[in-house]
Design a protein around this ligand. Structure first.
Ligand code: 13P
Length: 283
């Protein structure tokens, strides 16, 4: 069943775990997301970058995801990841996404608030959740780079949340998008101050670079959603290089992609296990 991110985050906050939000990079890998969620009996969020949204199309993404959610009987939020194009975000709401992110982190605070409020008003009217970002998370994702990261100021975050009433707040305290060769040095002091100042479910971006040893502290300090993108893409390419280089030309393409999809499922299951404080949860 497609559900809102808000519904998933409420459950995560109550039971003290973090929802894994996984970036879809192509259509082929989508069924593995559902297999992982089903086998771990855990709800997930599937997030769509601007690049993936343009590549597959909003309508097709919604219909594929809805079909699989119903067929597999899994609770899933369909979330539009980082986007700052108001018209496109509204199209995603109209198309049937159950959650959208307005990313105004690069804007002056008041402008970020003004545009976020516009999206909140539009999305909430249709029962769709909204995530926004305060402070800038650095790194590169899907070809989009943010060079200067900027830790979230706890007071600014509290003010932003009070003004916008978003359902989830992405905050910056040391993680970076696209970090897959090393681990992030997180500033737990900053996170703790944000947690004390803001009542919102907090979101960690750049989850690929986060060490499993840090997950418990993150959850204790309000992180309710962890975004994972790069590791799925990197692993898919790594496995694909292997299967493609070993294959003859008359092999079905399908046979070369199934092992890549299986790898994605394995990684999502592993992440879910750690985000759930080392346990599988019942739906
Ligand atoms: P990674 O690509 O570093 O896993 O981060 C994903 C993300 O934060 C998407 O918003």
């Amino acid at each position: 069943m497609l559900v809102t991110l808000k519904e998933l985050l409420e459950d995560a906050q109550k039971k003290k775990y973090a929802i894994g939000s996984f970036n879809l990079h192509n259509m082929e890998m989508l069924p593995s997301f559902f297999e992982a969620a089903k086998e771990t009996k855990t709800p997930i969020s599937i997030q769509i970058s601007n690049g993936t949204a343009k590549y597959i199309g909003l309508d097709l993404i919604v219909s594929m995801t809805r079909t699989l959610a119903e067929r597999e009987n899994v609770k899933v939020a369909l979330h539009l990841d980082h986007n700052s194009d108001l018209d496109f975000i509204k199209k995603a709401v109209d198309a049937g996404f159950t959650s959208v992110m307005f990313d105004g982190a690069h804007l002056p605070l008041e402008e970020n608030i003004r545009l976020t409020k516009d999206i909140v008003q539009y999305a909430h009217k249709q029962g769709v959740s909204v995530e926004a970002e305060v402070g800038a998370i650095g790194g590169t994702e899907d070809g989009v780079s943010v060079e200067h990261s900027n830790h979230t100021d706890p007071e600014e975050a509290a003010y932003f949340y009070k003004e916008t009433n978003v359902d989830a707040l992405a905050v910056s305290f040391g993680s970076a998008h696209g970090q897959y060769r090393s681990k992030a040095a997180l500033d737990f002091d900053v996170l703790h101050k944000i947690y004390e100042a803001v009542d919102a479910p907090l979101v960690l971006h750049g989850g690929t670079g986060v060490s499993y040893d840090d997950i418990g502290v993150l959850i204790e300090n309000g992180i309710s959603k962890i975004n994972i993108g790069t590791i799925l893409n990197v692993t898919y390419i790594e496995k694909g290089k292997e299967t493609f280089s070993e294959s003859s030309l008359d092999n079905s393409l399908r046979n070369l992609l199934i092992p890549c999809n299986d790898k994605v499922k394995e990684i999502i299951k592993e992440k879910i296990y750690h985000f759930n404080n080392n346990r599988a949860l019942a739906n």
